[in-house]
Design a protein around this ligand. Structure first.
Ligand SMILES: NCc1[nH]cc(CCC(=O)O)c1CC(=O)O
Length: 330
């Protein structure tokens, strides 16, 4: 199992079986297979997170969506796996590597409301569904009157809460809605100034076995991965995820981050601009900052911003409540 997969057979792409996972894996698999001049096959892998619909925090955090998929890759039953990068734990997986980060979709969060309401026009006390502490905290920061309802489930289930009138609105990632062809449900795209996305929201991760990318002669496999990789997206995602890791915050922590690549002031050289926030669950306190620096310092920028936020006292909003389960994240 120590080289690139054989040339010849179809590229085997491992994925979760949800509609969103299949849609995004299918798109990446087609691009990878096309550059490699071969066919592809999606291999669905059932994970604990798909089977057990309890609150994520109590079933082991986001890792629950990832473990079984990674196991299939490590065992060699598939050639690559595709994840939503925001669902990938920040800790590296032994023997696996981030083979490619394709160009990011819209990173913003989207309000999907009845009556075309926006965040600003939702009636006083409106009911809004989200299972994400990050979204809840930022919603309450702008609209302390809103009633937040914890919901989970796939994108269609969540939209269904609005469709049948149980809730006035739900907040979902614009990228997921777009990949499922459900963008028509969006009534307000939230500017990152208003709601900072989850680190790496809207980006995909193509994971590969490290030895298959680096081992032996430069393979068709490494070439295909390099072809679908987007350097700007990768750098932004690395900066955002490094902030999250350095805050030692799991994804149930209310942490938002967004990095863009922009020309450095007074020059043409591109640089990364990273904004991050750590916010109290009720929106009452926020620690927010922005750093900028060279693209090749992406990980260091995330750590720098984390150090600054912690210096400002962000630990008070990151401490998990006493009776919560292990850190995880939606
Ligand atoms: N938490 C689940 C999840 N993981 C990735 C996406 C959407 C796509 C993305 O962010 O890349 C979603 C749904 C959502 O947050 O609305």
């Amino acid at each position: 199992m120590s080289q690139a997969p054989d040339a010849g057979g179809p590229l085997l792409v491992g994925t979760r079986g949800s509609a969103l996972a299949l849609a995004q894996s299918g798109q990446v698999a087609a691009a990878l297979a096309a550059t490699a001049g071969r066919g592809h096959e999606l291999v669905r892998i059932r994970t604990e997170g798909d089977v057990n619909l309890g609150p994520l925090a109590s079933i082991g955090g986001t890792g629950v969506f990832v473990t079984a998929v990674r196991d299939a890759l490590a065992a060699g039953s598939v050639d690559v796996v595709v994840h939503s990068l925001k669902d990938l734990p920040t800790a590296p997986a032994p023997g696996l590597t981030l083979g490619a980060v394709p160009t990011r979709e819209d990173p913003r969060d989207a309000v999907c409301a009845r009556n075309g309401w926006t965040l600003a026009t939702l009636p006083r006390g409106a009911s809004v569904g989200t299972g994400s502490p990050r979204r809840a905290a930022q919603l309450l920061r702008h609209r302390p009157d809103l009633q937040i309802h914890a919901i989970r489930g796939n994108v269609d289930t969540r939209l269904g809460h609005v469709g049948d009138g149980r809730l006035d609105a739900v907040v979902l990632a614009a990228a997921g809605l777009a990949r499922l062809g459900r963008s028509a449900a969006v009534t307000d795209l939230l500017d990152p100034e208003v709601m900072l996305p989850a680190p790496a929201q809207g980006a995909l991760a193509v994971e590969a076995r490290t030895d298959a990318v680096t081992g032996g002669s430069p393979s068709w496999y490494a070439t295909a991965l390099a072809t679908v990789d987007c350097g700007d997206t990768r750098a932004a995602a690395v900066a955002e995820r490094s902030l999250l890791a350095a805050l030692e915050a799991g994804c149930t922590a209310p942490v938002g981050a967004y990095a863009t690549v922009q020309p450095a002031p007074g020059s043409d050289t591109p640089e990364l601009v990273l904004t991050g926030t750590a916010i109290a669950l009720d929106g009452s306190r926020e620690f927010r900052g922005t750093v900028r620096g060279p693209m090749d310092r992406a990980a260091a920028l995330g750590r720098d911003l984390a150090a600054r936020l912690l210096d400002d006292g962000a630990a008070v909003v990151l401490a998990p409540p006493p009776d919560s389960g292990p850190a995880g994240r939606p």
